[in-house]
Write a protein that binds this ligand. Structure first.
Ligand code: NAP
Ligand code: SF4
Length: 675
């Protein structure tokens, strides 16, 4: 019997059967906007070959006013039908099923033509929406139904109607955004009229044998959001109107509570979906922070849902389900929920990919094929750059030896995993360890290699990483000064009052590490909910606790400093920076910017402000932690050059500034694909 009997069980929808209970949830990868339909088709086909039960595309607009962005993909013409047919044919040939998401963004649409139930501007868009009149509402409904009919013509197996995350349909449901007094506003019956009508008309447009998934916001996490009773009422009406499946949406985009970031506990919101189980007779899907077959199986076995949605995990590993079926769960590349290459790219106007898997969305460009000339490859440094190079080189048939002076693989990932809220990094290092063994890569740990040791290899790759930058502050040799390495490796005692020099990614990480004590709330769902002020939507509208966030008391008094006068955390991820800032604020971490570091003495850190070095101030501290960025560790690279040995220098050893695992892994994989 399979290790995942619930997850891998087929799901009979009456007119069609899904081969298992895994949905690849919708993601805005930006691929559809490239209009490179071969590339789009290959992305989805690769995941179909990976045996996922059903996929949902990125959001496709039903009209101009509802599209997320100017230029966003729509399904409004015959040409769109022809283009999308390339995708659906390829997916069907690969044995998969695919539904197209219809996304009407309402007031979240980034453009001056956006429309909404009421003219209430969204806090995350500069454009105030126009209030729709009766004809305008009819047009939106008809456009959505027509879009579904076109999707059917294009060969999709179904559509997902996006009714959550604060988009158009969701905006009608709650008084937060619906101030109308006509038949589309006021009572809940009136407010839910539009979403229900959309489902009814869509069903009428596509006939009985076509999947309609309705994505329903089960916990809005915004003021005046829906109650659980309203969620149930809507779900029942959506079922009656003809939906085949109900999918879970968690939180509006403007919510100030993290819902998918890595610090959110795994399956943190499955209990919300579970509350709907038994209330409707159609299947219900749950979502958010489910990233392993084990978690998915547990969610289904405990009756939280009939099916699980995993979106980002399908970027990290297109063959997630196939590996689970083969009993090779440990070989699934884990999504660490960092958002760095997926959502951060989307919000930065770039095509999504994946930190762990740079081939995601680049399937047609970054190909890994057997090498024509087999070589011996030495890689020095078993951090993310070296590990990814080693794996891709080995996959191509090369004989790889991986050296590291440390006695474990992982490099800086081993520091990241110590930070509360970054526990997923443990799984990433474990996955590398599994794969290195599986692929027969020779690993020599605890070995400091010199240029002389590398003369016999066909290819030499230097991935020796970085070393801390010396900020040169007078007094920094004192006993009260530590480097981030001492702190994150747990090698040093840290006092109760701390000054952190440098507010980059590592300064933030060190501050989070030092502000917490005891169990990380990421591993304790009730504690995490209390920390962020999340509660049961049966008790309070939108699932917002009336008392607000209740963080535990900070373990230390921390001051986080930077020389720049700008807002702290500007260099952090676009979609996660606000979470790190909020988490530290909750721990009363003081952000001080625009400083000059004057000196360190037994009392603490002395700073001044501005070019004129005014306002001398003592930041009292028992411990000062240096997080002032990094420089390339190039001693081996220089040694090789001196001996005339050609080497490829990658990762932090190549360029240290703003280095992160994403860049290191991408560079390593791309290099190895060409060796
Ligand atoms: P970083 O992001 O480059 O930050 C270095 C910090 O040190 C800055 O705050 C900089 O600010 C300060 N600094 C630079 N030169 C200095 C000097 N001479 N004296 C004093 N302060 C100086 O580097 P990092 O924090 O080491 O992080 C390394 C990489 O890992 C980054 O790319 C980062 O994004 C990534 N990372 C990300 C995360 C995350 O997103 N959560 C977590 C960990 C690491 P001022 O110049 O204003 O003082
Ligand atoms: Fe997951 Fe990070 Fe990859 Fe996005 S970039 S899919 S969050 S591992």
């Amino acid at each position: 019997m399979s290790d995942y009997p619930h997850l891998l069980a087929p799901l009979d929808l009456g007119f069609t059967t899904l081969k298992n209970r895994v949905l690849m949830g919708s993601m805005h990868t930006g691929l559809e906007e490239t209009r490179d339909w071969n590339r789009v088709a290959e992305f989805y086909a690769e995941r179909a070959r990976g045996e996922v039960g059903l996929m949902v595309t990125g959001g496709i607009g039903p009209n101009l006013e509802g599209s997320v962005l100017p230029g966003a993909a729509m399904m409004t013409t015959d040409a769109d039908v022809t283009n999308h047919k390339v995708v659906t044919d390829r997916v069907h040939d690969a044995g998969g099923k695919i539904a197209m998401q219809i996304l009407h963004a309402g007031r979240y649409a980034y453009g001056p033509k956006c429309v909404a139930p009421s003219p209430v501007k969204s806090p995350i868009s500069p454009f105030p929406p126009a209030e729709l009149d009766e004809d305008g509402i009819e047009k939106q409904i008809q456009d959505i139904a027509d879009t579904a009919a076109r999707a059917q013509k294009a060969g999709y197996d179904g559509v997902e109607i996006m009714g959550s995350e604060g988009y158009f349909l969701n905006q009608f449901l709650v008084t937060h955004t619906n101030k109308r007094t006509d038949r589309w506003g006021g009572s809940y019956e009136n407010r839910m009229r539009l979403p229900v009508e959309v489902v009814r008309r869509t069903r009428a447009a596509v006939g009985a044998e076509f999947i309609i998934i309705y994505r329903l916001s089960m916990i809005d996490l915004v003021p005046n959001g829906s109650t659980h009773e309203e969620v149930v009422q809507l779900a029942k009406e959506v079922e009656k109107a003809g939906a085949t499946i109900i999918n879970t949406g968690i939180g509006w985009h403007e919510a100030r509570i993290p819902t998918i970031a890595t610090s959110v506990p795994r399956a943190a919101f499955s209990w919300v979906t579970k509350k709907l189980m038994g209330e409707v007779s159609i299947p219900v899907i749950t979502s958010n922070r489910i990233n392993t077959p084990e978690v998915g199986e547990d969610v289904l076995a405990t009756g939280c849902a009939d099916m699980v949605s995993m979106a980002r995990p399908m970027l990290a590993d297109a063959h997630f389900v196939a590996k689970a079926m083969a009993g090779k769960s440990a070989q699934i590349a884990p999504c660490i929920a960092c958002n760095q290459a997926c959502l951060d790219h989307t919000f930065g106007g770039k095509i999504s990919s994946c930190l762990v898997n740079p081939r995601a969305c680049y399937e047609t460009e970054l190909t890994v094929s057997p090498a024509t000339t087999l070589k011996t490859v030495a890689i020095v440094g078993a951090g993310p750059a070296g590990l990814s190079t080693a794996m891709t080189a080995a996959e191509r048939g090369h004989t790889v030896t991986l050296f590291d002076k440390a006695d474990e693989i992982g490099g800086q990932l081993n520091m990241a995993k110590q930070v509360p809220g970054k526990e997923e990094f443990w799984g990433l290092v474990d996955w590398y360890r599994t794969m290195i063994k599986e692929m027969g890569i020779k690993v020599e740990l605890g070995r400091s290699v010199s240029a002389d040791d590398l003369t016999g290899f066909d290819e030499v790759i230097v991935a020796t990483g970085v070393m801390p930058r010396d900020p040169g502050i007078p007094g920094q040799d004192g006993e009260n000064v530590l480097s981030y390495i001492d702190v994150l490796r747990g090698k040093a005692e840290v006092g109760k009052k701390v000054a952190v020099v440098g507010a980059g990614g590592i300064g933030f990480d060190v501050s989070e590490f030092l502000a917490h004590e005891g169990e990380s709330t990421t591993l304790n769902l009730p504690a995490w909910m209390s920390e962020w002020g999340v509660t049961d939507p049966s008790e309070h509208r939108g699932g917002l606790a009336p008392e607000g966030p209740q963080p535990e008391a900070p373990a230390r008094q921390i001051t986080l400093l930077q020389r720049k006068a700008q807002k702290h955390g500007k260099t952090l991820g676009k979609t996660t920076g606000w979470i790190h800032r909020a988490a530290l604020k909750m721990k009363n971490v003081e952000f001080v910017g625009g400083v000059n570091y004057e000196k360190i003495d037994a009392q603490g850190l002395h700073v001044s402000f501005g070019e004129a070095r005014e306002n001398p101030t003592l930041i009292e501290a028992d411990t000062i932690v240096m997080c002032a960025g990094q420089l390339p560790e190039r001693s081996l690279a220089d040694g090789l050059e001196a001996k005339g040995i050609t080497a490829h220098v990658i990762g932090g050893a190549d360029v240290a500034s703003e280095l992160d695992a994403k860049r290191a892994i991408d560079q390593g994989t791309r290099l190895a694909a060409t060796l």
